[in-house]
Write a protein of this length. Structure first.
Ligand SMILES: [Mg+2]
Ligand SMILES: [Zn+2]
Length: 203
């Protein structure tokens, strides 16, 4: 019934995917949103609630300059729970994009899972659906790509998609069981230093 047809429905109005041919074989820096790029305030609905995490924009700019496409992959169950409207999701997205843009960062694409946990979709992390969709649409080489997020579910999604995975702990304790990440980083600076050191990070 409804759940199945709703599962792959895109959120209207988000940036269209770039032309696949131009990006064939590219590496991605998959990015979680809340607690990774912007402060996690719980179902943000207004642009004024958007605050970049310290060091995030500079880090993403540096990693992008090393040849990784920044791609947002975010669970936003607030939509499925009817706490956040699609228009509000868009306005928060646009505010974040503008703030990142001020630091020279532009996301290559943004993929949101709008479903509630009980919808049983294949795109809510820890499922890898968003990353697999991005890989298919953008021509991304998953084995050379990285998922960065602040939750074990981000690491699990990255692993399930065949990517390298970094858990950004911000120095706090990590809650929950975790498919082992390649790195547990306390700061975005640590993530950058690690990425630039990796043997698979060669152009
Ligand atoms: Mg998060
Ligand atoms: Zn979903």
């Amino acid at each position: 019934m409804g759940a199945a047809s709703h599962a792959e429905k895109p959120v209207a109005g988000l940036p269209a995917a770039p032309v696949k041919e131009a990006l064939e074989g590219r590496r991605a820096l998959f990015l979680d949103r809340d607690g990774t790029l912007i402060r996690d305030v719980g179902y943000p609905r207004f642009p004024c609630q958007v605050e970049l995490i310290h060091g995030a924009a500079t880090a993403v700019a540096t990693i992008a300059a090393a040849g990784f496409l920044p791609v947002l992959v975010s669970n936003q169950s607030g939509v499925g729970r009817a706490v956040v409207s699609e228009a509000q999701l868009r306005s928060v997205h646009e505010s974040m994009a503008a703030k990142l843009g001020a630091h020279g960062v532009s996301l290559a694409a943004a993929y949101y899972c709008p479903h509630a946990p009980w919808d049983g979709c294949s795109c809510r992390k820890p499922m890898p659906g968003l990353l697999l969709k991005a890989a298919n649409e953008l021509g991304i080489d998953l084995a050379c790509s990285i998922m960065v997020g602040d939750k074990p579910t981000d690491v699990e999604a990255g692993r399930a998609a065949g990517c390298h995975a970094v858990l950004l702990s911000h120095g706090g304790a990590v809650r929950g069981a975790c498919a082992s990440p390649d790195l547990i980083a306390e700061s975005w600076m640590e993530v950058v230093e690690w990425v630039l050191r990796q043997p698979w990070n060669r152009k």
